[in-house]
Design a binder for this molecule. Structure first.
Ligand code: MN3
Length: 206
C-alpha cells in the first residue's frame, strides 16, 4: 500500500505556545508530505509497493543502493509517530507503569529527562533523540542522524524527538536545548509512550 500522509491528531494551533501553527503547517504539510511523495516514488521504482513501511525501512537501511528510499521511508515512519508523541497540554505526570520502568532503568525521572535532552542537544546536525525499549525490557537513550531510527537497528522506539532545524527554528531559532525542554515538559503524550511500552519489544520479521 502506498505511504499516506496522516492527518495531524490535533489542530495546527493546538500545541501553542510550545510549537506554533506555522511550524506544524510547514513541518506536516511540506516536510512530511515530501517524504511521503518521494518515498512512494522510490518504493515503486524499487518494486517494493507490496511491502509494509516497516519492512521497507529495515531492508533499505541495509542496502546502500537504497539510501534515498531509506531516508524518505524512515522519515515517514518517524513523523507518523512524532505527531502522536505530542498532544495539547502534554508533559506532566507519567503513567505509573512507564514511571516504574524509567526509574528501573535510569534511577529517577529527572535523570532520564536530562539524558534524553542531552542526546538531542548533542546530536550534531539533523537527527532524532530516542527513548528505546531494549529486547531485554530495559529502557535506553539513543540518538541518530538524519532519518535513522531504532527500527532500522531492530529496536523498539517508545519516544522520539525530531531535532532537525525545521522542527524548532521558527519557534526557538537556534535554541535547540529550549525546544527539547519544552518538548519533554509540555508536549509529550506520555499515554501514547506508555501504550507503546505495554506492547513490549516489536516482533520484527528476520
Ligand atoms: Mn521533521
Amino acid at each position: 500500500m502506498p505511504f499516506q500522509l496522516p492527518e495531524l491528531p490535533y489542530a495546527y494551533d493546538a500545541l501553542g505556545p510550545y510549537m506554533s501553527a506555522e511550524t506544524l503547517e510547514y513541518h506536516h504539510d511540506k516536510h512530511h508530505n515530501a517524504y511521503v511523495v518521494k518515498g512512494n516514488e522510490l518504493a515503486a521504482a524499487a518494486g517494493l509497493e507490496g511491502k509494509t513501511l516497516e519492512e521497507i525501512v529495515i531492508s533499505s537501511f541495509k542496502n546502500p543502493a537504497q539510501a534515498g528510499l531509506f531516508n524518505n521511508a524512515g522519515q515517514h515512519w518517524n513523523h507518523q509517530h512524532f505527531w502522536n508523541w505530542m498532544k495539547p497540554n502534554g508533559g506532566g505526570a507519567l503513567p505509573g507503569n512507564l514511571e516504574s520502568a524509567i526509574k528501573d532503568s535510569f534511577g529517577d525521572v529527572a535523570t532520564f529527562r536530562g539524558k534524553f535532552i542531552e542526546a538531542g542537544v548533542t546530536q550534531f546536525g539533523s537527527g532524532w533523540a530516542w527513548l528505546v525499549l531494549e529486547n531485554d525490557g530495559k529502557l535506553s537513550i539513543m540518538k541518530t542522524p538524519n532519518a535513522e531510527n531504532p527500527l532500522a537497528h531492530g529496536k523498539t522506539a517508545l519516544l522520539g524527538c525530531d531535532v532537525w532545524e525545521h522542527s524548532y527554528y521558527i519557534d526557538y531559532r537556534n535554541a535547540r536545548p529550549k525546544y527539547l525542554e519544552a518538548f519533554v515538559d509540555s508536549l509529550v503524550n506520555w499515554e501514547y509512550v506508555a501504550e507503546l511500552y505495554e506492547k513490549g519489544p516489536m516482533k520484527l520479521a528476520a
